[in-house]
Structures are given as C-alpha cells and as structure tokens.
Design a protein around this ligand. Structure first.
Ligand SMILES: C[S@@+](CC[C@H](N)C(=O)[O-])C[C@H]1O[C@@H](n2cnc3c(N)ncnc32)[C@H](O)[C@@H]1O
Length: 254
C-alpha cells in the first residue's frame, strides 16, 4: 500500500532496544483472570503475543493501521489472539476491556486528554491502562529532523512534542479521570548503537516515516543524507554510539 510507510523488517532490526520498554510496560500490569485486552498500535505483534502469553489472557486483540506490520502480526495469531487493521482514532472494542495497552504508538495521535478519556471509557470495573510513549524530542535525533523539516518545507512532521504530555500531566489527568491507582514515570533507556549510521537506521523506521511519505523516495534520500551529516556535526561518529532515549511509562487501574 503506497500510504503505508512502516517497514517491519527495518523496525525489527533494533528488536532488543524496542522490546525492553514494552516488557517493562507489561511488568506494570496486574494479572487477573480471563483478561480481555486490546493492544493499540500493535505493529508486528511480537509484544502483543508476549503480553497475551504472560497474562494468560482470555482474549487479546492487536489493532494497527499498517498492512505491512499486520502481515507479520497475523502469523502469530492463535485462538484468543487476533489482529485487526483499523485506525485507533475510529476503532472501538465490541466488549468492555480489562486492559488497554499501547507501546510506542500513541505519540502519533493528538489530544491525549481526550484520547485517554476515550480509552478509559472502554474499561471494565478494575480495568487497567498501560501506555508507553517516547519523549526524546530534545535529543539531536529529533531536533535535527525538525530543523531539516523547515529547510525541506515540510514543517515538523513528527508530532511527538505536541501530542505527548509531561509525566506530571498524565499523572494529573489519570487522577481527575478517577483512577484509584497509578504509576507514571520517565525512564532513560541507554541504547548502545554500533554507529551513527545505526542511529539513522533506528529512526528511519519510526520518527522519519512521515518525511519518507512527504518527500518521496528521491527527496527522502537527500533528506536522510543531510540528516546524517547534521547528526554527525552534533554527535560525532563514535563507535559505539551511546543514545540515552527518554520514554514515559504510564499505568493506571480503576
Ligand atoms: C513504533 S510502532 C510500535 C509497534 C508495537 N506496539 C511495538 O511495541 O513493537 C508504532 C505502530 O503504531 C501504528 N500506528 C500509528 N498510528 C496509528 C493509528 N492512528 N492507528 C493504528 N495504528 C497506528 C503504526 O502502524 C505502527 O505499527
């Protein structure tokens, strides 16, 4: 699909770095019997399958809008574990849920106060929310992309900073939404990437996706080259390259 900018193979090249925050998020969930779960922005479904197995859930549905990501996820489907192509913005569950889970996806969606209110409206009694969003907008990987966006006339296409709230903002929101228990914290994930090129590849499959779509293959190639040069000017080319990536983990229970 021409509109589908997600590349599952490239995304999974950094599987260990991408999986750790997801496993930390799963660890926050309180297990309960026969849980009904939705995983929003499930991607390739690996973490969805992990979540389903760890919680021995009754039913887990992974929702994602990318056909390429879902093609890989569907291979993992089994009784009780299913995947569906849909936009999180318009999808809604057929039954009340015990857990709404989302790892590294909701940063692409706006109005988090409204979004979290909607998601919590899907929860059954004692239902849980578990969400992880990256918060690395101040790192050169992100500031350089924003700066180049100006130069290429696209503007700042990665919406993270505008969508993602501060940890305190989520905490306050959850309190006012009536959640009795919550854990909200920022965590730095120290990624030891082999090189600067690895960092470029790391973000080519996520943060930079909108530029790939806006600029077409040739324009994006030029953009990537400049991105690499500008990153080199700020970070040098150490091998390995240490990348402290900030993420926010959010858990709450009714
Ligand atoms: C960075 S990946 C994370 C995948 C998976 N949760 C994981 O942890 O490996 C983000 C995923 O969110 C999906 N996504 C982004 N916006 C979406 C939307 N509005 N509706 C459905 N899926 C969306 C993308 O297609 C992509 O697969």
């Amino acid at each position: 699909m021409a509109d589908d900018v997600w590349d599952p193979d490239l995304y999974q090249r950094f599987l260990a770095e991408r999986t750790k925050p997801g496993l930390d998020l799963i660890a926050l969930v309180l297990p309960a019997e026969s849980m009904r779960i939705a995983d929003l922005g499930c991607g390739t479904g690996k973490l969805t399958a992990e979540l389903h197995g760890k919680l021995t859930a009754a039913s887990t549905l992974g929702v994602d809008s990318s056909p390429a990501m879902l093609e890989q996820a569907n291979v993992l489907a089994q009784p009780g574990l299913h995947f569906e192509q849909a936009d999180i913005l318009t999808w809604s569950p057929a039954v009340k849920l015990d857990l709404v889970f989302s790892n590294a996806a909701l940063q692409w969606l706006g109005d988090h106060p409204g979004l979290l209110r909607k998601l919590s409206g899907w929860l059954a009694e004692k239902g849980q929310l578990a969400i992880q969003v990256p918060q690395a907008d101040d790192h050169p990987s992100h500031t350089v992309a924003t700066r180049l966006g100006e130069k290429y006339g696209t503007g700042p296409l990665y919406p993270g900073r505008h969508n993602v709230l501060s940890p305190e903002g989520y905490s306050e929101l959850l309190f006012h939404m009536g959640f009795e228990q919550q854990q909200v914290f920022s965590r730095i994930y120290g990624h030891l990437l082999p090189s600067l090129d690895a960092m470029v590849q790391f973000f080519r499959s996520t943060l930079l996706n909108p530029w790939r779509k806006a600029l077409g293959e040739d324009g994006f190639k030029a953009f990537l080259q400049e991105y690499r040069e500008a990153l080199k000017a700020e970070l040098g080319e150490p091998e390995p390259l240490f990348f402290p990536m900030k993420r926010t983990l959010i858990w709450a229970r009714r």
